[in-house]
Design a protein around this ligand. Structure first.
Ligand code: PRP
Ligand code: MG
Length: 180
């Protein structure tokens, strides 16, 4: 497991000054290109979350789909997408959230989650936590139970972990980057 985590972290490339000067961009696409690292990532998440009674995995567009869908398949439970506005064809709920500059909206199908669901939320990266706070609110508005969120990458200095913990969410992150 320590070995797998080191392999996963080594597969994530860092691009300095992207998308703007001073930002160290952690690029999860290089992990996806590495079959062993991708497989190890899903295996760690399966080991962590199997046999815990989860009934749904929720992943947030777009990069949350890349980890949420394979995880749901391995856990043998359904995958529910949270999407950007106007993409889901059935009745939806919407939640606004703050971006670094401006606002955006996320949506979920109202019939995709119910009060019997115990939901695991997954995304590639946790920064401010705004994306996953909005995702958790959507699930809770539908009556779903959610206390767990998993990330491949976390940037704890930006505050998302604290923000999610204050909402009663246990945060698992495979690779943390602090002052690197
Ligand atoms: C990125 C990333 C997370 C989110 C993290 O998504 O994939 O979803 O930002 O930031 P936060 O914790 O501050 O909310 P982005 O909105 O860039 O879109 P994408 O997944 O469609 O690429
Ligand atoms: Mg995203």
């Amino acid at each position: 497991n320590q070995e797998s985590l080191a392999q996963i972290k080594a597969s994530i490339k860092t691009i300095p000054d992207y998308p703007k000067a001073g930002i160290m961009f952690r690029d999860v696409t290089s992990l996806l290109e590495d079959a062993q690292a991708y497989k190890a990532t899903i295996a760690i998440l399966v080991a962590q979350y199997q046999s815990k009674g989860f009934t749904k995995v929720v992943g947030t567009e777009a990069r949350g789909f890349l980890f949420g869908a394979p995880l749901a398949l391995e856990l043998g439970i359904g995958f529910v997408p949270v999407r950007k506005p106007g993409k889901l064809p059935r009745e939806t709920l919407s939640e606004n959230y703050e971006l670094e500059y401006g606002k955006d909206t996320l949506e979920i199908h109202t019939d995709a989650i119910n009060a019997d669901d115990k939901v695991l939320v997954i995304d590639d990266l946790l920064a401010t936590g705004g994306t996953i706070e909005a995702t958790v609110k959507l699930i809770r508005r539908l009556g779903g139970h959610v206390e767990d969120a998993a990330f491949i990458i976390s940037l704890p200095e930006i505050g998302g972990e604290k923000r999610l913990k204050e909402m009663g969410i246990n945060v698992l992150s495979l690779c943390e980057y602090e002052g690197e």
